[in-house]
Design a protein around this ligand. Structure first.
Ligand code: HEM
Ligand code: HEM
Length: 187
């Protein structure tokens, strides 16, 4: 009788598609946030062009996230590094990544609902525009805007903490966590 090990071997590093999606989103999310901060400083009547870009970049984040989740669900991730604080560090990493995914869904979806609730359409770089299902401002528009703002800031704070932890892995623990996500590296 032959015994075959059917467990797929885990890759040494994240694959090129995961890296491309991770790093493009790591640029686009802070970009959407910076545009939002800048546009809030402007008088309401001159926010139009920046809001157009804020919404378009945010919709791009949501589209890339859908691809990323599909890709993640169908591809094997590299094994996590072992730290001196297992199993807690591994569990905390999983929880932190899950929180990032939840916020990456909640923030753009919340932004879309905010736009619709204000009776405004959602543009995508002038290529297409999704009309609001509501013609006029809805009574809950203020609440969803507030939630979108809070979760938008929270996403940035959690992503920043995540980046710091990634750098600490490299500099202090000297493990392969960051190297495995290095763009343009083969393994
Ligand atoms: C990762 C993506 C996004 C991030 C990080 C983000 C972040 C933010 C933040 C922080 C604010 C509040 C700015 C402030 O008050 O200082 C804001 C406002 C806003 N965002 Fe987003 N956003 C994202 C995606 C979107 C999307 C996809 C849309 C709609 C298509 C959108 C629509 C809006 C609108 C309409 C406001 C103004 C809300 C109001 O005060 O009435 N956002 N965004
Ligand atoms: C908006 C910014 C960012 C977001 C939303 C984000 C999100 C994520 C998520 C959700 C994962 C988990 C991948 C998975 O298990 O499916 C991840 C992995 C990773 N990220 Fe980020 N990231 C951001 C920025 C950064 C930055 C700036 C760095 C580096 C300093 C970084 C380094 C890493 C590393 C090393 C991993 C792999 C972790 C592991 O193998 O356990 N990320 N990122």
């Amino acid at each position: 009788m032959t015994t075959l090990d059917s467990t797929p071997a885990r890759p040494l590093s994240w694959d090129a598609a995961t890296k491309a999606l991770h790093w493009s989103m790591a640029l686009l999310i802070p970009l959407a946030w910076v545009i939002a901060i800048v546009l809030e400083q402007l008088p309401r009547e001159s926010r139009g062009p920046l809001m157009f870009f804020h919404k378009s970049v945010g919709v791009t984040v949501l589209a890339l996230l859908v691809l990323r989740l599909l890709w993640r669900a169908t591809h094997t991730a590299p094994a996590g590094e072992t730290t001196p604080w297992e199993p807690w560090a591994g569990l905390a990493a999983k929880a932190g990544h899950a929180l990032l995914y939840i916020l990456m869904v909640a923030v753009p979806v919340g932004g879309i609902v905010t736009s619709f609730a204000n009776g405004r359409s959602v543009p995508f770089f002038g290529l297409f525009e999704i009309a609001s299902p509501w013609a006029t401002k809805q009574p809950f528009a203020g609440q969803v805007a507030e939630m979108h703002e809070i979760f938008g800031h929270l996403l940035l704070v959690v992503a920043l903490a995540h980046a710091v932890i990634g750098i600490l892995h490299h500099v202090v623990l000297k493990d392969r966590t960051l190297v495995k996500m290095k763009p343009f590296a083969k393994a």
